[in-house]
Design a protein around this ligand. Sequence first.
Ligand code: GDG
Length: 482
Amino acid sequence: MAVPRTDVLHDFVCISNRLPVDRVLDADGVPEWRTSPGGLVTAMEPVMRENGGVWLGWPGVPDETFDPFTEGGIDLVPVTLSAQDIEEFYEGFSNDTIWPLYHDVIASPAYHREWWISYQRVNQRFAETAAAIAAPEATVWVHDYQLQLVPRILRSLRPDLTIGFFNHIPFPAYGLFSQLPWRKQIINGVLGADVIGFQRPADAGNFQRSVRRLMGYETKSARIMEPQSDGTFRQILAKSFPISIDSAGFEELARRPDVQARAAEIRQQLGEHKTIMLGVDRLDYTKGIRHRLKAFSELLCEGRLTVENATLVQVASPSRERVETYRLLRDEIELTVGRLNGDYGTIADTAVHYLHHGYPREEMAALYLAADIMLVTALRDGMNLVAKEYVATRFDRRGVLILSEFAGASDELKQALLVNPHDIEGLKDTVMQAVTMSVSEQERRMRYLRKRVALHDVARWSRSFLSALDEFPALRQPAPTD
Ligand code: GDG
């Protein structure tokens, strides 16, 4: 295994809570690293390859310390987290406080002071590690809601660095954000960055409003003016940089003969003549899986769809299984799927094919290719890469994307059938519109969608964020007081 050099400092450092690897046992029971799926990995993998640099994060194994290593061509620097850190910082503050709060309190956020203490401690550790491996005047790109205090700590340790922060999830309206007992500390933590990126303009707007309300700082369009002790202002850029996917890579995957053969096989196994609907989500309450199942079940109940002519494939990849809300959600979804299949299934036809697994990328692409209708019904979602992946895969210009207006992707993918997933009648009508959509309309919509996703890919996303950071030295000159 190649080992990145630790005796050299790095010009580019990417930091996220999780490294993009999992520790698995090989056939002989020997542990090895395997690249893991997920939104952030999908987005950052090509960026890291292009820019070189190191990725710093937790390798997914509690209480174990690992030396830096290289996997899938990316140099990785592991940060150690204890079992207690995982419980309090990760499962607690990150996923049971910030995650539900930032997703419009779809589930109730829990506020615990000991989780907050742990969050501060772990953020300090990440920042100190980054400070130790970054070259003079290096660029550091910090990712996501688990690490909102890192930019400020890093700035105080290493004022020479250029620091970017990207928030992959929504940023809530002030009326919700203001619930957080540590709201000022979080805003101040993020403001340590030079450039702060959000998925949607609305997220950036919400953040700026919180800055004005809580800190009293002035904002001028995308600029935030942070007063300094000498009477000058430090400028911070806070705006939207909508994330995307490796569009060409997805199309290439979809064009592979083995992937196409697999798509044909899936279609054949599910029933050639059926309308195949697909949902692909982490099993998360933000994704609107329950609303989707409700709409589908009512369509079956009303006879607008039958199990002979339609089926729903729901991939629900396991997620955050130690967090209580997620355990309850899983129980609820599985009960609903069981009922639905019991009520409407026959020996020959299954209403819902529920798959609680993670799959290789090839299988995901084959599923996208096999699906007539892709259902993205998130109640709140930063972007939703699945919507973009479906579009990128459909080089045949067939298929219909049903997309929630509460997913960031709806800002760009206007030719999808946009829905409010809370409106079950509206959702049902939209599903029926998709079922009956002519091939020519599918092609017309898909052509627009594909153009957008091809042009605005992940490389463009990272280039625009990194060039905003590159331009920053000029902005760092204190603005005169006027
Ligand atoms: C967060 C934000 C934002 C899923 N199951 C499997 C698998 N996946 C891949 C999908 C997709 C990714 O995981 C999921 O990305 P999403 O964007 O849909 O959602 P989150 O995980 O919640 O991501 C989100 C994103 O960060 C990026 O900024 O868009 O709003 O919540 O790429 O394909 N991949 C494989 N097997 C699976 O079983 N291989």
